[in-house]
Structures are given as structure tokens and as C-alpha cells.
Write a protein that binds this ligand. Structure first.
Ligand SMILES: [Mn+2]
Length: 294
């Protein structure tokens, strides 16, 4: 079965003219024309004007675009404030949990519940290793994940952990899929899963295909990029192998473009990614047909 494709719209905003909140008709029109199935919107209930948010939701729907995911902002560079789900400071940790709960409430107002993403990111990056004890980070993050998953269940909106590479998240904590699986299984909620971002996986996990199998039934959403965080086809990931694994684990979610910065320009990112993935999928289908007549 054909895979479904979406676009993390925040990633297009780094290219002139690609900011959906400034020009929704142009950006959403280009996404629909390029053959996408959906768009991922920013989860900022306190910052994005409500009327603007729902006008974008309506425009997307009228173009036949679903909203498979809401993107949480966790890094200081992205959020502009401290949102630390692994903080040892209880007031800071609960501030981040409250942000997540408001995002889930926002997701609950949409026709189809989107997957909402959470990450463990320190406000001030420490490299090569965080100075905070890993056991403390794990305990605090798991507590946050459990509180958020409880809320997710009560409002019927799924939540998923995105492991983030050491340069952007905590260096040494929640960087890999296997760490996320451990928290997901410890919490044990059907409403808590995993987001696999190929750029992060390529840095922190083993082969991307192996990491996808490790995520397995917990995989809720994918951030699509090549090993260099640019358009698929420009790095060294084997997308034919990736597509075969997604079929093998019966992945039902979307692959959403998360290529930053959007180069050479946002329109090329849209059209080239969709064309490339279409060719990859067609090649995998042809291989299967050849095998079936051998
Ligand atoms: Mn991502």
C-alpha cells in the first residue's frame, strides 16, 4: 500500500515565502499541488492567534490535506523559553508538562486527532555530555511522559516521543530510539508512542532500518530527511530499504518532511522530495512484482 506524506510546515519557514502563517494560501496550495496528503502544524496554543490557526486548518481541509501531527517546540532556539520535561526543578518540569497538555487540548479540537510530539531537550545544550545524572533525567522525563500520556488518553489525542541527537537535546539522554522505547514500555499507555526522525536516527542509532524495527508497533510518526537533514536522495540513506521495512512493520502513519534549513528553496524541497519518494516506492513495488513471477 502506498505510504502517506506530509510536511512539517515549520521547516519551510526558513526559506523566503515559505511561512504558512504569513501566506497560508500560497504555501498550502503548493503542498497540495506537489501531491502531499497532509500538513503538520505548529503546536503553540498560547502564541498563534486562534482565528489564524483555525483558518489554516480549514484551508488545509478544503485542499484535501489532513493534519496528521502537531509539532511541539522544545529546544530553546525553537521555543524561545525553557520547556524541559526532564528538569530536576519541579516548577520548570511542570511548566513544560502544562504546555504539552494545552497542545493536546488543541489537538482534541481537530476532526482527526493528530499525533503530538514531545522531546527531552535541555535549555542550555551541554556537549559532549550532560552534567546531570542520567538516572535523574530518566526518572523526571518518565514522570512527565506518564502525566502527558494520562492527559492524552483523557482527551483522545496520541502523543509520541521524538529522540533528538546529542547536539540539540540532552547529550547522552533520550537521543536514540531504544531509549524512547524503554520509556514508552515503562509508561505502558496506548496513547504514548515514538516519532522517528531519520536525521536523528542516522546520528544516534544503528542502521535506520534497524531503528525502525526497534520502534515497531510503537512508531506513530516519521520525520523525513536524508542523513544530511536535506531532501531524500541527497545523502546516504537507503530509502528503498526503509520503504521495505515500513511495509514489513505495517506502518500506517505519515512521513513528514523535516528538512532544515529548507534548501535550495521551500518549493524545491516539496516537489523533489515527493517525486523522489514516489520513484523509490515504484521501484520497491516493481521488485515485488518481479519476485512474484520468478
Ligand atoms: Mn524532527
Amino acid at each position: 500500500m502506498a505510504l502517506k506524506y506530509s510536511v512539517v510546515l515549520a521547516t519551510l519557514a526558513s526559506s523566503p515565502g515559505g511561512q504558512v502563517w504569513d501566506d497560508p494560501d500560497t504555501v498550502l496550495g503548493a503542498v497540495a499541488d506537489a501531491g502531499y496528503d497532509g500538513v503538520d502544524l505548529d503546536a503553540e496554543p498560547d502564541r498563534i492567534d486562534e482565528a489564524l490557526f483555525y483558518s489554516v486548518v480549514d484551508k488545509a481541509r478544503n485542499l484535501g490535506l489532513s493534519i496528521p501531527s502537531l509539532l511541539g517546540a522544545w529546544g530553546g532556539w525553537h521555543a524561545g523559553e525553557e520547556r524541559d520535561l526532564a528538569s530536576g526543578d519541579e516548577s520548570k518540569r511542570s511548566y513544560a508538562v502544562d504546555y504539552a497538555k494545552r497542545c493536546l487540548d488543541l489537538g482534541a479540537t481537530l476532526d482527526e486527532p493528530p499525533v503530538y510530539e514531545i522531546c527531552a531537550v535541555s535549555f542550555v545544550p551541554e556537549y559532549p555530555t550532560t552534567t546531570k545524572p542520567l538516572t535523574d533525567l530518566r526518572r523526571q522525563f518518565e514522570r512527565s511522559a506518564r502525566e502527558i500520556a494520562d492527559h492524552a488518553e483523557s482527551v483522545g489525542v496520541p502523543v509520541a516521543i521524538e529522540p533528538v541527537n546529542r547536539f540539540e537535546g540532552y547529550a547522552g539522554f533520550m537521543n536514540s530510539v531504544v531509549e524512547a522505547v524503554a520509556v514508552v514500555e515503562a509508561v505502558g499507555s496506548d496513547y504514548l508512542g515514538i516519532v522517528a526522525d531519520f536525521f536523528h536516527l542516522n546520528i544516534e542509532d544503528g542502521p535506520v532500518t534497524e531503528a525502525l524495527r526497534t520502534a515497531g508497533k510503537h512508531l506513530r510518526h516519521i520525520h523525513l530527511a536524508d542523513s544530511n537533514r536535506q531532501m531524500p536522495g541527497t545523502g546516504h540513506l537507503d530509502f528503498s530499504d526503509i520503504v521495505r521495512v515500513l511495509h514489513a512493520i505495517d506502518y500506517q502513519g505519515y512521513l513528514s518532511i523535516d528538512c532544515v534549513p529548507a534548501k535550495p528553496d521551500w518549493r524545491t524541497v516539496l516537489t523533489s522530495t515527493r517525486e523522489f519518494m514516489g520513484q523509490i516506492e515504484a521501484g520497491v513495488d516493481l521488485q515485488q512484482r518481479l519476485a512474484s513471477v520468478a
